[in-house]
Design a protein around this ligand. Sequence first.
Ligand code: F6R
Length: 607
Amino acid sequence: MCGIVGYIGREPAAPYLIEGLTRLEYRGYDSAGVAVLNSKGKTTRVRTAGRVRALESALPARLSGTVGIGHTRWATHGPAEERNAHPHASVSGRINVVHNGIIDNAANLRSALSDAGVELSSDTDTEAVAHLIAQSTADSLEEAVLDTLAKVSGTYALAVTDEAHPDRIVVARSGSPLIIGVGDEEMFLASDVAALVRHTNRVVHLEDGELATITSSGFRTFDRSRNDTDRSPIEISVAAEDLELSGYEHYMLKEMREQPAAAQDCMRGRLDERFATARLDGLELDARELRGFDRVKILGCGSAYYVGQIGAQMIEDLARIPADAEAASEFRYRRPIIEPRTLYVAVSQSGETADTAFAVNEIRRKGGRVIGLVNAVGSTIAREVDGGIYLHAGPEIAVASTKALTNMGISFALLALHLGRLHDLSFADGQRIIRGLQRVPEQIQEILDQESEFEQIVTDLAKARSAFYIGRVRGFPVAREGAQKLKEISYIHAEAYQTSELKHGPLALIEPSMPTVAIIPQDDLTDRNVAAAEQVLARRGPLVAITHASVDLGNLPVSTIVVPQNEPELDPILLTIPTQILAYRTAIALGHDVDKPRNLAKSVTVE
Ligand code: F6R
């Protein structure tokens, strides 16, 4: 979603801003803009609807200012037009503002400004902020921003320049991420580390309620009461190459292929063979505390929610503790009962998904204990939870999540193993799961190596307008995730059902033009799954089975994708991999932009 970049130093700011905005393109946006301030205190502001490339071509040839802010916008208030693109400026153009988040009282602020005679030039909430800062009678930019924040409610990451103070950028954060990158005689600003890791790995993640003044020689952080917060930079380990395509055609393909190595990274140092458990120091919960939980509630959105369902099943299977997953986006709106003996688990690749972050906030406000399964180190959710498990999947750029989801599955298995061994999981079963986990990376590789065998299935799927994905118990969240992936990037309508529900309604839709992808693992439901497959075939519905070699499909006219078998609790991790490949290859066959599917953003930072 929206992205912020900023630069202040000795070099012209524009190239840094354009490069940073290009790095943020993967997050999804529909317009872009920059404001560059020169040493004489003159701002050049350029905005365009559409791509960063269009913005770059629209920049004047000589743009030498060394202070600048930039933005990619995902339309919320008003259409994707130049006048709504950021930066937004005050009437005289003195103040320029870029903003991520949503100002809740924007309508009131805008009508008060109109009543006072200010001519508004956009439909946005952000424009009101620029005018309010300009109207402040405070004699410093910091005080003018503080004055304005006192009138504003909502979520924001803000960066502000002022022609009257051309030596600084003032920033503020509440509910939307903002990161300062510390260079040598130059400072960077971004809402996502991807925009600044090429220039520095020393960063400060601003906290909610914090502000900062950034100059070319340093930064000062402070809170809303004007007290210094004295933050020191931390070193981040994201390498610039992790964010490159490195010869792959698409990020999604690269990230799918990275899964064996990412899975290893996720397990490194965490498998304790001696005690047949998982070592999860980041949980910050000791054995006594963990034994005190008699329920687990998992919260995530979209695919993270579906993997949460896989995780809940693992926890019930291995730890015998009641566990379930819920869409984080619904959680706080149904007045959830926060139970002291429930362990809450927030799961998120980006760590910035607003719906999940709000759920975490709601749990903490009401005294619940919440841990995070998060990929992005230092992200909002990672910092707000009581402890957790980092996924160690490395940066994920493609909008459709793959390797992070696989590592979520592995992390849930680690958590389930750890909880299980504190309850009644036997030493032998603990070892069985450890051995299973150790096989996962090479088994993922085996599936990836079969990619070319998907050809005919993909050709057929690409002709469909609609498809079913079906699975039972452990296979159902796999089906949900498979349907989600197909929808997201191939734009083919896909729906997931429990296989057992087919005959209660959806079977009516089965016909030759409606393919069904059935998850049929070797488990105690295999016979029933095969019987359901026969019912689909009897209605001349084409069927693709994602299955194990030992499953006997007789002479059924089924296209099969055979997945190596692991322990039943871990099989869903592997059964999901072919659904990624199916979606990816189908989207490519249909000529879609797999990395940037329409209407979707990588990190959904607004509700
Ligand atoms: C699907 C996908 C989304 C995300 C969801 C949560 O491929 O990527 O459904 O899983 O938006 O995002 P995170 O995990 O960043 O909280």
